[in-house]
Design a protein around this ligand. Structure first.
Ligand code: TRP
Length: 436
């Protein structure tokens, strides 16, 4: 067991790290396309509701475990509930987070490819179909996935302070700045209004029976819940730092960023005549289109913004991916006393291999389908709609029913304690059952 555990230096860097985990592809890539698949504004309302009512308390539940135990997933459970089977909840979340990391890295790789394209060639207005031919080709996406995961492994192997903390401190403020610039441009496109309306005028008839699960899944995914990421980062939060204010700030930043990204993407989608329900390729098809159009009038500015935008996505993705990596690494380091670099290498190999299957599932392996989706889509759905919710459910049950109430109340108000004890688990179960 490592005795000299690292901590985040202060409240600011801790929040930047948590926000770094939360803000990522989930906000820029996943949120717009899930909103598009579920009909727009009405879905966003459910998403916001789910975040305020469920995700904040679950964040607090997970955070409480890590913060009190000052240990990560598996070991935290051993410390707080010795000689029980709760430690296997730690085990489950480690596996879930590594599966997510595997397919997340594929999309992270796409951002590297688009960064390269924007830098070297720029985009052309008639570039339709380019995304499809890129992801279905065998090699290019695979090379990018490998590069992406390699970069994440590099940051994680450097440690909590000199890797994770240092990276996030700079990348987060930059991200907000960039997304606001893109949004302003997007608003100025002809036809943008339809996209803005789509984001703000709810049409409840567009919701499907699975929209509520999807909204909850999106909210959990966006806040990195249910897989031990928040637990692990909260364990690096110093004892005297407040968990609840960290939770509010992280959630606030994350929701704001998702909305900004939605407002940046949807007007461009409508202006470009792309269907909002186009699926995972949505931003990679719509944004090159606006960059190309903008390039006709202002070639230099457009090129610059395109490069910056894909850099932004890349940084956002790295800062999130490292938090999933850290869940596995902290387990190997804390529980098995394995050296950090070796631990990172072992996980790199496993996740790289699974990610490779996901990457190939858009091309050479697209004939393999699970639940009507390719390998990539199936892993995304299984983890975000089921495993994360299951993990979140067990975490709330642990904090609400197993931990000592007086301990829990040191981290949060009785109001949240009651939500964690009653409302959150009931809501998750009810949503599950109705969906079945
Ligand atoms: N929340 C991140 C995003 O929005 C992704 C992420 C990081 C994540 N850690 C996670 C998703 C754990 C699910 C589980 O991009």
């Amino acid at each position: 067991m490592s005795t000299d555990r690292e901590n985040f230096k202060n409240g600011f860097t801790a929040i930047m790290a948590m926000a770094g985990s939360a803000i990522g592809l989930g906000n820029i890539w996943r949120f717009p396309y899930i909103v598009g698949e579920n009909g727009g504004a009405a879905f966003i309302l459910i998403y916001l509701l789910s975040t305020v009512l469920l995700s904040v308390p679950i964040f607090l539940a997970e955070g409480t475990i890590g913060h009190r135990a000052q240990a990560a997933t598996f070991r935290a459970m051993e410390k707080l509930a010795p000689n029980t089977r709760w430690k296997w909840l730690g085990g489950l979340t480690i596996i879930t987070s590594l599966i997510i990391l595997s397919y997340y890295s594929v999309v992270g790789g796409w951002s590297i490819h688009y960064f390269k394209e924007s830098l070297i060639h720029g985009f052309s207005v008639d570039g339709e179909g380019q995304f499809g031919s890129f992801i279905s080709s065998p090699w290019a996406p695979l090379v990018c996935h490998t590069a992406f995961m390699g970069i994440c492994a590099f940051v994680v192997s450097a440690g909590v302070k000199s890797g994770i903390e240092r990276f996030n401190k700079y990348s987060m403020p930059l991200l907000f700045f960039l997304i606001i610039i893109i949004m302003c441009y997007s608003f100025s496109l002809p036809g943008a209004k339809a996209g803005i309306d789509y984001m703000i005028k709810p049409d409840f008839s567009k919701l499907t029976s699975s929209s509520i699960t999807a909204a909850m899944g999106q909210s959990f995914f966006s806040l990195s819940l249910g897989v031990g990421c928040i637990l692990t980062y909260a364990s690096y939060l110093k004892k005297e730092q407040s968990l609840i204010s960290t939770a509010y700030k992280t959630t606030g930043f994350d929701m704001t960023f998702a909305l900004l990204a939605g407002f940046a993407v949807m007007p461009a989608v409508f202006a470009g005549g792309i269907t909002p329900s186009a699926g995972p390729g949505l931003i990679f098809e719509s944004l090159p289109f606006i960059f190309a159009k903008m390039g006709v009038v202002m070639p230099f500015t457009s090129r610059l913004i395109a490069v910056l935008f894909f850099v932004t996505i890349f940084f956002a993705a790295v800062s999130s991916a490292i938090s999933m990596f850290e869940v596995g690494v902290s387990f190997l380091v804390e529980q098995h006393n394995i050296n950090r670099k070796l631990a990172t290498s072992i996980l790199f190999i496993g996740c790289w291999a699974l990610g490779t299957l996901c990457s190939l599932s858009f091309g050479p392996l697209d004939h393999i389908t699970i639940m009507g989706r390719n390998i990539f889509g199936a892993l995304d759905r299984i983890t975000s709609d089921y495993l994360m919710a299951f993990g979140a459910l067990l975490y709330t049950l642990f904090v609400g029913w197993k931990m000592k109430k007086s301990d829990v109340l040191q981290e949060m108000s009785p109001f949240y304690y009651n939500i964690i004890k009653w409302l959150a688990p009931t809501a998750i179960v009810v949503i599950f059952i109705t969906n079945l």
